[in-house]
Structures are given as structure tokens and as C-alpha cells.
Design a protein around this ligand. Structure first.
Ligand code: BGC
Length: 775
């Protein structure tokens, strides 16, 4: 590792030295002057590039890099996966690992576990830690977070993503991006958009109506851009409305760049580009891929030729180069004080453990069988292959070569030491074996309590990139095994790793169930702490667990995996709990559900007008910890509209807060709501509309455990308060309360102010040159 740090240090030294050599200390060009604005530096550097150099900036020169331009001191740009940590080094021209010994990283829990914490602050800390490790490993752009919505339980990459709800997904990814980018790394939100299944992922064409697109599938991307300030976006493999997403005019040009005013760069997924002209004109800025003759990339020689012949405009190329350079300047690639990061620190391991501790969800706990008291136990039977299975490296591009990985069994050993006799029995294996089951049953009979640790894994066909699951069942005969184990020892606590499975055949027989997802390299320690009560579980499901696959919308309507290459999202807005609630279908466990070892009382809901900034109403209520242990509750706020002009789901999540309380402690919770919380997307008006109506504000512990409710009458919108001051130039804009969130918004977004402006990316949208002003 020391050698590696030297390598990075040497790189920055080499950069400073080479640019000094080129220009001489007294003749430093503007682009090397860190006191200049990003746009000034971009302009200056762009003006110095030859056509060929510009082309070299917009395509890969190995699996995960773009070329250096030594004469200008532009270093090679290093990209890496992904959302759960910094992937091991591969390549340069192959997917095989390089076999280095300095590319271990902290393996964070999977994205779905992070989402289950419902704690955006933890999202920030995870992003920050990954950003630090990325810098320590010399990276520039990290290929995460993944924010595709969980549409079907079968999608092979659900574990990487943040669940089924657009609001939760948005909140969690914004924290992550801000944390990661604070370390001079660019995050890359992916996969834009509608990459909701792995089946035929390179070609499947998605048809979805405009409302569902805007209300369900795009909000997290928009939040990443507008609230997270993400500097890059990765286009998806699939097609949308007949056009590949990496060359999709509507998604990339119209929505991302025009409507959302995204000034960063759009890159292709690996080999996600298919046509030079389409990519050039429809919004792609950087092509990455699998082809190893890099001159053959669509954005290499083929693009150069079309530019030289005048068939494609130079201005288009300049815009792409600009966007790439902007991200380099934003991440301080040329600056002496660029952050250098840190690797494998105790602080990073703590973040990994805390995400796991807060993300593990307690789904069932009859007669408070959990937490276990080690002092009262002589023998615990630990049964199930996942008790000893290493998971962090799996899943494909999101897998991490972890410094170490505490498996569940190791975590239990760490926790109970030699005071309790732990017997491990595998119970099942891919290739089966009667003996395994018999031995597990014998182990169960001989123990005071059984910890069954099974579920899914990252083998192809389960939670893994490149394929979907064939069904929602537990593999390897685990349904039968669990039934036999619980018959042998009724004190069987089931712990499932992975994403959701059907559990009807045994759920009512087992007294306790924990959903542990993929809890990362500190997962075993976190799990043991939850099981023995050192940590009080506070995770909540970021997605509905259906009783059976056919209950979930895409499958109920027969709209998965599509026919003749097209999948139609006929369920429209009714994804996840929106479907189960609207259609009155009982889920196995509802969205937002998760138990605690303590109890919480909700009381005294008041709706207070305004929130001091741009909110129009604030929900205020009390939560009290009425049990014996300290714990945390995620209070969730849903909105229901009484007489919607266009049909709406039964309820929609519009706010939440995680509250930590000592026994007997009470806290006042405030959840402000903007007009946007009441809005729906109206395709006829191409914009968001919050119509005057009566709304119900529902506050609860899950989407199906509403504890408080009140009515709110939304009045017609008042005259927009936004002011525009022309000091020529630039123009300054703010609303009466100096509320930055209003700046740069365009008519047609939820809180639409009555003007349109294009703002200067370099100054984070604080001033700029208005494209047009209305009203
Ligand atoms: C995945 C991306 C990943 C890329 C590079 C692709 O197959 O879809 O998520 O970032 O590979 O590994």
C-alpha cells in the first residue's frame, strides 16, 4: 500500500513538473491558475487543444482510462466501479484483474442495505469514505451510485440500487454524491435511464408513459443533478422508445441537459454506444467500452472523419470536450491541493459497519426472542451456507476486493468468544446432499437456539449483473430445510442475505426473521451486534416484499420480461407499494416496514403553514421511545390526494426522518413540505401541477402502519416570488428568501418560478446569463 501511495504522489508531482517544464514557471496559462473560474479555465484549455487531442478526450484508451495529453499536462483519467467501494484494478485491455496487491478496498454494504438505513447522513459518510479511497487509489471518476428503480423483484441488480421509491432513492443518492464529490472525485449516477431488468439489457426497448417516467423513474437522476450536483451521468444499455439510452435525444438532450441544465458529462455504459452520428448529436460526451482497438470507437476515428468532412459540426465536439474538462477542473485534477485520500482506515470500516447496523431489518420477532442473551445460552447452532460465504467480491462490476470480510459466523465468534458453544452446519450447498440436511437437523436439535443464515448470493442468476433471477424462490431447497430445522428446534431465527424471496412456506413457523442484504466487510460484526442487542435494529424496507411474485405489478400484468424485444411498463405509476396499496393486495412485508427492540409512540400531529424557506406546510408531531432500550425510528410521511384530476396512487412518500431516542425520551419532529410534495406530472402541460385540493397527510412507522393523519387544503399558487435582477452582466436571481433551490428551475418543474435561466456551472448556479425570462 505504501508503494501505491507513492505512485499517486509521484503522479501529482509529475503533473506539476511537466506543466512547469512546458510553460515555464512565470508563463503559467490560465487553465493552470486555480484562482480562475472553471469556465475561464475550460475556455483556455479548450483553445489549446488540437482536433485529434479533443477526440482523444472523449473516448477510452483502455478499459477504465482516457488518454493523457502530456504536452498540456493533462493526465490519464482513471475511472472505476462502483457503488460499494473501489473495485480492484483490471485491464488495461482485458476484464481480468491485474493481480496487484495494492488494490484492496473497504467493501461497503450493498446499495439496497444503504437505502434500508433511511439515513441520508450515512449516505454522505459512505460516499465520502469511498471518495477518499478512490483518491488514495488514484481514481478520478467513480461509477456510482446506481439509482434504477426496483420494478420487478427479479432484476439481477436490485441489490446495487436503492429500492422502489423515487423519493427515498433521491434522498439517499444525494447524500452519497455530495460525500463522494467532496473528495475531489466525480460520482457517476447510473444507469440513465429505465435499466430495470438485466434480461436482454443491451437491447430491450422500454415503453413507459410520460407520467411514470417523470414521477417514478427519473426523480432520483434529477435529484442527483439538481440537489447532489453530480458531475457525470452514465447512460443505460437498454433502449427507451426505440432509441438506445446512450444516444437518446429525449433523455440526454431534452431532459438532462436542457430541462435540468446538467453541465457535466454523459458517458456511455461499457459498449453502450452504437452509432457515431446518433451519439454525437444526441448527447453522449464520453464513450467507454469493451473493444480494445480504441481507434475504432465511435467517438475515435469514425467521429474524426465525420468532423473533417463537415458532416458533423465542430461545435458539437467542443461542447463534449468542454463537459469533460469541466469535470476535470471541478475535481481539481490540475491543482496542487487536490485531495489525496486515504485507504483502509478505521474510520472507513466504522462507516461500513454502521451502514450494516442501520440497514439490517428486523422483520419478525415473536415474544421478543431477539435479542439473544449470550449469558443464558450454552449452544447455538449456526446453519446455512451464507454463514461462511464471502459475498463482497460478488455481483460483477460492483464487487470489491475487500481488505477483509467478517462473515456472519466470524462475527458471532467475535461476539460470543468461547463463552457459548457455536456449532456450524452448512445445511445446503449448490450441488445438494441429503447428509448436509441431516447433519443440520441434528445440530439444530442439540442447540438452545438456531441461527439459520441463508438466502441468496451473487452467483449468476441470483443477485448478479447480466441476468435476472428465474423466480423469487429461495434456492438449494432452503424452503424445505428451514421447515425441517424449525420442526427440530422451534427457536430458529432466520437471517436472510440477498434481496427479497418468497417465504410463505415457513414464515409463520419461525419466531424471528432478519433481512441482512449484503452487509459488506463488517457485516458479520454488525449482524452479531443486532442479534445480541448491542445494536437496536432500525432498518426499514426500501421495497415491498410481495407474498408471491405474481402479486407484484409487472408480473401481475404479464409485463415482464417483454415480448419481441420490448417491455411495456403497463403498470405505469403503480410500482411497489403504490400498486399494493392502490389494488389492496396484502404484501408479505410492506414498504417502510422494520421492527425495533423498543417501541415508539407517535402523537400530536399539527400542520403548520410555511417552513421559513420555500415550504408551504410543515408536519409537526412527537415521537416517544416508550420501551426499555435506546433505539431509532424512521418516521415516514405519505401524501394522499382526495380528488385528483388525473388518477394518483393511494399514497406517496414525501418525507421521512430518522430519530434516535433514549428510553422515555420524546422529540418533536418537523417535516417541511414544498408545493412539489403535492404535485403530479401532467403530460398535457408538460409540467408538474399541484392543484388546489384536499390532501391527507399520513404519518407512520411504515407505509401500512399509519399512526397519525390530518387534512391539508392546498390553495391555488400565489404569484411567484422569484425576482431577477439585471446588473449586466451577470444577472442575479433569488427569491424573496434568498432560497437557492428556486434558482435555475424552469417552468414545468414542481415549484415552478416564472422565469427561465441558464446558470454558470462554475459558480454553482449563483449567477449566470438568462436564456429567457418569463413573467
Ligand atoms: C455495468 C456498469 C459498470 C460498467 C463498468 C457495465 O457492464 O453496467 O454499471 O459501471 O460495466 O464495469
Amino acid at each position: 500500500m505504501r508503494i501505491h501511495l507513492l505512485r499517486v504522489g509521484a503522479m501529482s508531482f509529475a503533473l506539476a513538473w511537466s506543466t512547469t517544464l512546458v510553460f515555464g514557471a512565470e508563463n503559467q496559462p490560465l487553465y493552470l491558475d486555480a484562482s480562475q473560474s472553471i469556465e475561464t479555465r475550460v475556455d483556455d484549455l479548450l483553445s489549446r487543444l488540437t482536433l485529434e487531442e479533443k477526440i482523444s478526450i472523449i473516448h477510452a484508451d483502455s478499459k477504465f482510462t482516457t488518454a493523457a495529453i502530456p504536452r498540456l499536462g493533462i493526465p490519464r483519467r482513471w475511472l472505476d466501479d462502483g457503488p460499494h467501494g473501489v473495485r480492484e484494478d483490471i485491464g488495461p485491455d482485458t476484464w481480468a484483474p491485474t493481480g496487484r496487491t495494492d488494490d484492496f478496498s473497504t467493501a461497503m454494504p450493498a446499495g439496497i442495505c444503504l437505502a434500508a438505513t433511511w439515513n441520508p447522513e450515512l449516505g454522505f459518510r459512505e460516499g465520502e469514505a469511498i471518495g477518499q479511497e478512490a483518491r488514495a487509489r488514484g481514481k478520478d471518476i467513480m461509477l456510482g451510485p446506481g439509482v434504477n428503480i426496483l420494478r420487478t423483484p427479479l432484476c439481477g441488480r436490485n441489490f446495487e440500487y436503492l429500492g422502489e421509491d423515487p423519493f427515498l432513492t433521491s434522498q439517499m443518492c444525494v447524500g452519497y454524491i455530495r460525500g463522494e464529490q467532496s473528495q475531489d472525485i466525480s460520482s457517476r449516477v447510473k444507469h440513465f435511464a429505465l435499466n430495470n431488468q438485466e434480461f436482454e439489457r443491451n437491447s430491450i426497448n422500454v415503453e413507459v408513459d410520460e407520467r411514470a417516467l417523470r414521477e417514478i423513474y427519473l426523480p432520483a437522476f434529477r435529484a442527483a443533478v439538481q440537489d447532489g450536483g453530480v458531475w457525470s451521468v452514465m447512460g443505460a444499455y437498454n433502449e427507451f422508445r426505440g432509441q438506445h439510452c446512450c444516444e437518446n435525444d429525449y433523455l440526454l438532450n431534452k431532459i438532462l441537459k436542457d430541462e435540468w441544465n446538467f453541465q457535466g458529462l454523459v458517458m456511455s455504459d461499457w459498449a453502450g454506444a452504437h452509432d457515431t452520428r446518433e451519439c454525437a448529436l444526441n448527447g453522449l460526451d464520453l464513450e467507454m467500452g469493451s473493444e480494445t482497438n480504441y481507434d475504432n470507437f465511435y467517438f475515435a476515428q469514425p467521429y474524426l472523419k465525420l468532423l473533417q468532412s463537415g458532416e458533423l459540426p465542430m461545435a458539437g465536439l467542443d461542447d463534449k470536450v468542454r463537459r469533460n474538462l469541466r469535470v476535470m477542473f471541478a475535481t481539481h485534477v490540475f491543482d496542487a491541493d487536490r485531495k489525496t485520500g486515504s485507504l483502509n482506515t478505521a474510520a472507513h470500516q466504522t462507516v461500513a459497519r454502521q451502514v450494516a447496523e442501520e440497514g439490517i431489518v428486523l422483520l419478525k420477532n415473536e415474544k421478543n426472542i431477539l435479542p439473544l442473551d449470550a449469558a443464558k445460552l450454552k449452544t447455538i447452532a449456526v446453519i446455512g451456507e451464507n454463514a461462511t460465504r464471502l459475498q463482497a467480491h460478488g455481483g460483477d462490476s460492483s464487487g470489491i476486493k475487500a481488505f477483509y470480510e467478517i462473515t456472519p459466523l466470524q462475527g458471532l465468534i467475535n461476539r460470543v468468544g468461547t463463552n457459548v458453544n457455536l456449532i456450524f452446519s452448512e445445511g445446503y450447498r449448490k450441488d445438494g446432499g441429503e447428509d448436509l440436511m441431516k447433519r443440520a437437523i441434528a445440530a439444530a436439535k442439540s442447540a438452545d437456539v438456531v441461527l439459520y443464515i441463508g438466502g441468496l448470493n451473487h452467483d449468476k442468476g441470483f443477485d448478479c449483473e447480466g441476468a435476472d433471477r428465474a423466480d423469487m424462490k429461495l434456492p438449494y431447497g432452503q424452503d424445505e430445510l428451514i421447515q425441517k430445522i424449525v420442526a427440530a428446534n422451534p427457536k430458529t431465527i432466520v437471517v436472510l442475505e440477498g434481496t427479497m424471496v418468497e417465504m410463505d412456506s415457513w414464515l409463520d413457523k419461525v419466531p424471528a426473521l432478519l433481512q441482512a442484504w449484503y452487509p459488506g466487510m463488517e457485516g458479520g460484526n454488525a449482524l452479531a451486534k443486532v442479534i445480541f442487542g448491542d445494536v437496536n435494529p432500525s432498518g426499514k424496507l426500501p421495497a415491498t416484499f410481495p407474498k408471491k411474485l405474481s402479486d407484484s405489478p409487472a408480473h401481475a400484468l404479464g409485463n415482464y420480461p417483454g415480448t419481441n424485444g420490448t417491455v411495456t411498463y403497463a403498470e405505469g405509476l403503480l410500482v411497489g407499494y403504490r400498486w399494493f396499496d392502490t389494488k389492496n393486495i396484502e404484501p408479505q412485508f410492506p414498504f417502510g416496514f422494520g421492527l425495533s427492540y423498543t417501541t415508539f409512540k407517535y402523537s400530536n400531529l399539527k400542520l403548520i403553514p410555511g417552513d421559513g424557506t420555500n415550504g408551504i406546510v410543515t408536519a409537526q408531531f412527537e415521537i416517544e421511545n416508550t420501551g426499555q432500550r435506546a433505539g431509532a425510528e424512521v418516521a415516514q410521511l405519505y401524501v394522499h390526494e382526495d380528488n385528483p384530476r388525473l388518477t394518483r396512487p393511494e399514497k406517496e412518500l414525501k418525507g421521512f426522518k430518522k430519530i434516535f431516542l433514549q428510553p422515555g425520551e420524546q422529540q418533536t419532529v418537523l417535516i417541511p413540505l414544498t408545493r412539489g410534495a403535492f404535485a403530479y406530472y401532467d403530460p398535457a402541460q408538460s409540467g408538474w401541477v399541484a392543484q388546489p385540493d384536499n390532501f391527507e397527510i399520513l404519518v407512520g412507522s411504515s407505509s401500512r402502519d399509519i399512526r397519525l393523519r390530518d387534512n391539508f387544503k392546498l390553495a391555488a399558487q400565489k404569484q411567484a416570488r422569484t425576482k431577477m435582477f439585471n446588473l449586466f452582466p451577470p444577472y442575479f436571481a433569488w427569491d424573496n428568501n434568498f432560497n437557492r433551490s428556486a434558482i435555475g428551475w424552469k417552468p414545468g418543474t414542481e415549484d415552478a418560478p416564472q422565469w427561465t435561466a441558464t446558470f454558470n456551472f462554475a459558480t454553482n448556479g449563483l449567477y449566470g446569463y438568462p436564456a429567457s425570462i418569463r413573467g
